[in-house]
Design a binder for this molecule. Sequence first.
Ligand code: GLY
Ligand code: MN
Ligand code: MN
Length: 453
Amino acid sequence: MTDQIPDLQSAVGSQLSSLYKIHLEHVTQVYQKAARQAGKDGILIASGALKQTFLDDQTYPFKVNPHFKAWLPVTDVEDSYLLLRENKKPQLLFHQPEDYWHLPAQDPTGFWVDEWDIESIKNVSDAHNHLGDVRDLAFIGEDVQQPKDWGIDRINDETMLDSIHFNRAYKTDYEITCLAHANNIAVRGHVAAEAAFREGMSEFEIQTAYLSAIGHREQQTPYSGIVALNEHCAVLHYQHYEHLRHGESSLNSLLIDAGANSNGYAADITRTYAHRSGLFEDLITAMNEAQLTLIDTIEVGMDYTKLNFLMHQKLALLLKQFKIIDMSVDEMVQKNITFNFMPHGLGHFLGLQTHDVSGFQQSEKGDNVAAPDNYPSLRLTRKIEDRQVFTIEPGIYFIPMLLKQLQQTEDASSVNWSLIESLLPYGGIRIEDNIAMINGQTRNLTREAFTQL
Ligand code: GLY
Ligand code: MN
Ligand code: MN
């Protein structure tokens, strides 16, 4: 008898069958409408190819075309194709090469396979033989030469992609279930990471504990986890995993921004912890409350840009209450002083991609609205609507580069620099939850997952 550790990525598979059928009908409508608008009879989607590193025989980690995994939960098989023709059962050309160096993909199984006509292919020319004449199709994929060779003239057509991407913002029940499950997985990692931090582990050890708890290898995570101790918490996308274990007296804080993947859908969660009680821990508590009250104000029809502005008002209030800046909230926001403490946006769409597409798009036709000048890193300028899933991730950071800039302004005299000096070793705070809008209400997938643990 062998012990099998459950594969957390497919644990909800059995519940998904009926939701998946409805999801498939929905994506069929969205893609076929876009194809018709492009004057085509259907769409061919490539999963993507493995990429070789320069002058070597190694390949980069495979990242599947998001349009491929929008249709089915296959995220790790290269050189495969989806053939989607109106009124025909969708076809999957599934790559199973003859290869004794690698283990070819096993025959697909699971809740989704009955909906597909699945053909095994050994290589790309095999695929072409199966496909036949594809000149009446549009193509979506990274390699643009191959469809050209096959006579396809609509390749990654912008109008078509605009229409599909705009609709990707509205998640089906299947997708929301996957996103909720991704949160359920990720919070196990967050709990393990906090425990490792409390034991004084290094960034590397915390990351290892996280991955082990979620059962992913690193390339399966939707983005490289940010595991930052002390001053590293001030680096927004800190990318290293230091081996240093800080001693009791020099360990200050952990900021962990780490996700998980369920059927190709991402969780994106951040938590910040203090090693000891005091001002920084009080700031975390206040930021947590501010984040939750901000989420309480969310309503359908609200501009996400307005929500971002409200967050800067809350941040200004914190800076005032904690006596970090002596200025009125209105003046602080109006002068954009809060930007120095929070230079990223409040959040972004979440789905097949961590920073999901179409955050700026106001219609199927594109019509992008850029981030406001004051908040150039904001990734979401759409109105909030039912079925959207987005993050809410306010923060407060003590970033030496931005503080230096603030120090050179006329407002420097309003800043309590000695207090800031005492906070620099803690780096900063971010608290990030994943929110789904359902029937006009927010559903906090992240808090729900922590509660259910
Ligand atoms: N993990 C990247 C972000 O929060 O947007
Ligand atoms: Mn995020
Ligand atoms: Mn994040």
